[in-house]
Design a protein. Structure first.
Length: 520
């Protein structure tokens, strides 16, 4: 086995954000990824086994504007659709109270108003409350339009908001969250016990089914395809104890200019572009955004003029340096001709200078990450579906770790590298067994009893150990890791479509979209 030189490094994410923001600001600060199954927060109810009942009671505690709570609402909605009327659901809002007794919320007055509307929608039509919330969150329209589209009475909701009903109900929620010491959004209780699984629809579905005990519904044995292990947030929470100040006025320049973005209009995933644009408009609210498809005549001219090799390309005019807040964005831009371009490492993901490899999907992952393993299991489910299987997409699994100053920079040291080498050994010897191994590992990726998982997958531990210790496995890990470094991959899971488009925000639906696109 090649002797790796490595340093232990907390796995960091790509420097996506233009400025640090968090709950209480506009978007969550990206920090080192947290385990998908985190221990219950100290501020919540004490952990205990979830009791069973014929009809489980699920309580979802959220802040209506929390970037982690909103996906949790969507996840719960998907589970509710899958299990129909087989469990009871309560939505409880996490709020606080000022010294003078006024209702407050972490994300400001707008969140309190949103809480009121959503709680009143539940009063007007309890069976449609979650439908209303999810549709409103997704549409971006005013709540009245959403209510009308679902047949809810706007007048009834407005009356509830203004006649004291909403405030009374919110104060009941405040008393409940204080009694239970629940301040993190999202928090989920099943039959009164904390749910400690991932905030994703598949695991929540399974937990509720398990809580049914011996009277488990038939659907529990055949989960709908709509469920996913990688949807939702599963990356953190908003806490009332972690408020952050708004963006300081000196960081904002309101003078107008044209901000040009050259991008692939057919891109698989534009979530990063949307987030970067949102942050840019926070810094420069007067900017007029002009989006240009890179395949258009204007796009090709722009690419040739500025030597663009990575998309999206975010162009700022030359007078950017004269703006009052230039120091904020200066570390993230580079001079380009008569203007500035956002550094490609901030948000670029389409490599124009890489040769296309049609019908290929390279999957980079860290096998000790439960988030990554969840995404892999979603991918496995998709690859088994007839409509995907017939496309003939070639998928390569590429375990990798970070490279720093020419050395392996493993998050967890030797054990992480050894696990990667074992996965590579299985891929080299019995590739058809790798999914069985990964499915088992997903239950406990940090267990040192790797032999048990190898055996359960129908493999010989001695053979896998020998192959993992061979120079070939070490060489492949080095190649995978160097390629990931070349692509600036620092996430626990990422995919490269057709050797050109890097997909960072990966969940089951994004993977489905990627497979369908590259399989054409």
């Amino acid at each position: 086995m090649r002797q790796f030189r490595f340093s232990i490094l907390a796995l960091a994410v790509l420097p996506l954000l233009l400025f640090a923001v968090g709950c209480g600001k506009t978007t969550p600060t990206e920090t080192s990824p947290t385990p998908a199954v985190a221990p219950p927060p100290a501020e919540g109810p004490a952990p205990r086994e979830i009791p069973t009942s014929d009809r489980p009671l699920v309580s979802l505690y959220v802040m209506s504007e929390c970037p982690y709570g909103i996906p949790a609402e969507t996840v719960t909605h998907k589970v509710a659709q899958a299990l129909k009327d087989l469990f009871d659901l309560r939505l409880v809002f996490i709020i606080s109270q000022s010294s003078d007794g006024k209702i407050e919320s972490l994300h400001g007055a707008r969140e309190v108003e949103k809480d009121q509307v959503q709680i009143c929608a539940g009063q007007a039509a309890p069976e449609k409350q979650l439908d209303f919330i999810v549709r409103w969150n997704e549409s971006g329209k005013d709540w009245q339009a959403t209510a009308k589209s679902l047949g809810l009475s706007v007048e009834a909701i407005e009356k509830c908001r203004t006649d004291g009903t909403a405030e009374r109900l919110l104060r009941e929620h405040l008393a409940e969250t204080n009694k239970l010491n629940v301040h993190a959004s999202p928090t989920i209780l099943i039959n009164g016990a904390p749910y400690a699984g991932g905030i994703n629809s598949r695991e929540l579905f399974e937990a509720i089914c398990k809580a049914m005990g011996g009277k488990k519904a038939p659907v529990c044995d055949n989960p709908p395809e709509t469920l996913s292990r990688s949807d939702g947030s599963a990356k953190g929470s908003c806490s009332g104890q972690d408020n952050a100040p708004p963006l300081p006025p000196e960081m904002v320049d309101k003078s107008p200019f044209t901000h040009t973005i050259v991008y692939d209009a057919k891109a698989i995933d534009t979530s990063r572009m949307d987030l970067i644009l949102k942050q840019t408009l926070q810094l420069y609210p007067g900017a007029k955004v002009e989006k240009i498809d890179y395949n258009s005549a204007a796009g090709k001219k722009f690419i040739a003029k500025y030597g663009i090799k990575l998309l999206p390309a975010y162009f700022f005019p030359g007078d950017l340096a004269k703006r009052s807040n230039f120091k904020v964005i200066e570390p993230h831009v580079v001079k380009a001709g008569d203007g500035y371009l956002l550094s490609p490492k901030v948000g670029g993901n389409f490599y124009l200078d890489r040769k296309a490899a049609p019908k290929t999907l390279d999957v980079f992952f860290t096998p000790v990450s439960q988030n990554a393993l969840r995404s892999l299991l979603d991918l496995s489910d998709l690859l088994a579906a007839p409509e995907i299987k017939k496309l003939g997409v070639h998928v390569r699994l590429l375990p990798f770790t970070l490279i720093q100053n020419g050395e392996i920079a493993a998050q967890m040291g030797v054990m992480e590298v050894e696990e990667m080498l074992r996965v590579i050994a299985i891929l080299n010897t019995k590739p058809d067994k790798v999914w069985d191994y990964l499915k088992g590992r997903a239950e406990n990726p940090l267990s040192s009893y790797w032999e048990d998982f190898v055996t359960k997958a129908g493999l010989d531990p001695a053979t896998i150990k020998k192959e993992a210790n061979a120079d070939k496995a070490s060489q492949i890990l080095a190649e995978n890791s160097n390629l990931a470094a070349e692509l600036s991959i620092t996430e626990e899971f990422a995919a490269l479509a057709d050797n050109q488009e890097l997909i960072r925000g990966v969940d089951k639906e994004v993977l489905r979209k990627a497979l369908l696109k590259i399989g054409k």
